[in-house]
Design a protein around this ligand. Structure first.
Ligand SMILES: [Zn+2]
Ligand SMILES: [Zn+2]
Length: 104
């Protein structure tokens, strides 16, 4: 009496392969849930990296101490003894106006 070997329900040709890890997947979508998550994570990470590379570098804010002052016009840090910035902004005038405003 011969015994027949059980025939597999899912022949290899019929099994979907996960496009991410290239291993047989029996899920409805054909992609392992963990693989789809990993893929989505990789895609978002690549997108974030690309965005970072395309974005201009953040402007470095100079740290001012009390011996420095910054031009409100061109944002350049100049020596405090200077009354006029290279851009033509007159510190003396603005300080005098502010002082006059405060005193009255
Ligand atoms: Zn997979
Ligand atoms: Zn300036």
């Amino acid at each position: 009496m011969s015994e027949r070997k059980p025939v597999p329900h899912n022949p290899a040709s019929n099994v979907r392969r996960c496009p991410v890890c290239d291993k047989p997947s029996y899920s409805a979508s054909g992609v392992h849930p963990q693989c789809s998550l990993a893929k989505a994570d990789a895609v978002s990470r690549a997108a974030r990296k690309a965005a970072e590379e395309n974005a201009p570098p953040a402007p470095v804010q100079p740290k001012l101490n009390r011996f420095q002052k910054q031009c409100p016009k061109c944002k350049r840090v100049v020596a405090p003894r200077r009354f006029r910035c290279d851009c033509g902004h007159n510190f003396d005038a603005s300080l005098a106006r502010a002082g006059a405003k405060a005193s009255t």
